[in-house]
Design a protein around this ligand. Structure first.
Ligand SMILES: [Zn+2]
Length: 121
């Protein structure tokens, strides 16, 4: 359940940004979550709703965009999505280049966990 600590950090930054903009209410939160973070969007939403109770972000809507993993192959210079990766929970999966099978690849997408935008009033 690493969702709880991550959700807490996300809400902290949302509330911080809202305060700096003198918001009285956070209406919508747009997030990008990489598939490789193994974060469950539904679980995240549930935690957000729970921990924002009593704050200006109470009742906000969460739009979570899941980002597919994208790699850069160091061998054949393939750049693009990977077709398959093992379901991960507590360990990192082996990621291979779909073109040449190389495992020494650079992960350029799929690890995002960030707030894109918030709507406040
Ligand atoms: Zn390759």
């Amino acid at each position: 359940m690493h969702e709880i600590s991550i959700a807490g950090a996300i809400i902290e930054s949302v509330l911080d940004a809202a305060r700096k903009n003198n918001a009285i209410r956070v209406k919508e939160v747009f997030l990008e979550i990489g598939e490789l973070t193994a974060l469950n969007p539904d679980q995240l939403k549930f935690i957000f709703e729970t921990i924002t109770a009593g704050t200006i972000a109470q009742g906000a809507t969460y739009n979570i965009q899941v980002i597919k993993p994208v790699i850069n192959c160091t061998k054949c210079s393939y750049n693009g999505p990977i077709e398959f990766f093992e379901k991960l929970h507590f360990f990192l999966p082996t990621i291979k280049c779909p073109r040449c099978g190389e495992t020494d690849v650079e992960i350029v997408g799929g690890r995002e966990c960030c707030v894109r935008k918030i709507n406040i009033s």
